[in-house]
Design a protein around this ligand. Structure first.
Ligand code: ATP
Length: 308
């Protein structure tokens, strides 16, 4: 196990009672103080993986340690180190924010600490709502109450299961800022998400799970660099009916109406734009405009998952 691991998972397998293999030989270290995004298509095994770490689902084999505690043999200590923000909002609608969050802390057997609860509510911009009944809050505030609840017992690791599901763009952005602030305060964050943009924006590292297997774990910037593609788009003066034969060896694609040519290459490749322009000119093509774009995580992810 690495010294700086918040969570260490080795040889983890889960076969459900009906014989379905949901996780297959998962090995993963989550570093202390990072934001780790777990990505995967529907049914890939994300919830099963989180549930085994949180002790909600029994693994078939393998070992998990949380903050150094064995999740099977030292279950209570391992569980106390974790905060889990579920997808669904589940609180007593008639209870106040303050009571809900304080009560959650009590469930973990932690002594009362009003200063800590106050700090959590302030960090999540809920302090002025502390006496409000949950049912009177907006959807975004309710979600922040769920985060406050999960933090109430001072866990060092926070799981966020689809934090942005059903949250509008503006709220999503403010939530991202708050999650980042939590990370900066020392909390390790693991989130599952369907929004690739969310992972691209927030994560330090990304894990991709597909059909129960972890197919990639990598620093986000490395993924974008190693697997990303770049494109140079030539907007043509006159539309072309077909790509001239002399250009066939080039990775150029003519769009449907013949008005642009797209040149795709690896993000790391060294290219020679003037040589390409010479070739275009030799074929009688003179672009009137040129622009470039870089593939985003969504495109990289689709390619990865489809390749398996
Ligand atoms: N109790 C169960 N018994 C049998 N199969 C199950 C059980 N729970 C989940 N599965 C199956 O295990 C697979 C992984 O499910 P899981 O919920 O972990 O996926 P997920 O990646 O979280 O998906 P989603 O993004 O849709 O939430 C799915 O095929 C699911 O049908």
């Amino acid at each position: 196990m690495q010294q700086d691991s918040a969570i260490h998972i080795s040889g983890l397998n889960k076969t459900y009672a009906n014989g379905f293999g949901a996780l297959s030989n998962i090995n993963l270290d989550i570093k202390r103080g990072e934001i780790f995004a777990l990505l995967g298509p529907n049914g890939a095994g994300k919830t099963t993986l989180i549930s085994t770490v949180c002790g909600i689902v029994q693994p078939t084999s393998g070992r998990i340690t949380v903050a150094g505690f064995d999740s099977a043999q030292q279950y209570r200590a391992a569980r106390a180190a974790l905060g889990l923000v579920p997808q669904e909002i589940s609180t007593d609608a008639f209870e106040s924010v303050w009571n809900t969050v304080s009560f959650s802390r009590g469930l973990f057997g932690k002594p009362r600490n009003d200063a800590y609860i106050q700090d959590v509510l302030k960090r999540l911009s809920l302090w002025d709502k502390k006496d409000e009944q949950i049912r009177r809050l907006s959807g975004g505030m309710k979600r922040r109450v769920m985060i406050a609840k999960a933090l109430s017992h001072e866990p060092s690791i926070l799981f966020l299961d689809e934090p942005s599901a059903g949250v509008d763009v503006e709220l999503r952005k403010s939530m991202w800022a708050q999650v980042r602030a939590l990370r900066d305060a020392g909390v390790t964050i693991i989130l599952t998400t369907h929004y690739l943009e969310e992972a691209e924006e927030m994560a330090d590292r990304i894990g991709v799970i597909n059909k129960g297997k972890l197919i990639l774990v990598e620093d986000k910037h490395t993924i974008m660099q190693k697997m990303g593609k770049r494109q140079m788009i030539f907007v043509l003066r006159q539309p072309l009916a077909t790509l001239p034969a002399t250009l066939h060896p080039q990775p150029l694609v003519l769009d449907d109406d013949g008005s642009t040519l797209t040149w795709t290459y690896d993000a790391q490749a060294e290219i020679d734009i003037s040589a390409m322009l010479d070739q275009l000119q030799a074929a009688g093509i003179r672009p009137k405009d040129i622009y470039s774009r870089q593939s985003n995580l969504e495109e990289i992810f689709m390619e990865l998952v489809e390749a398996v």
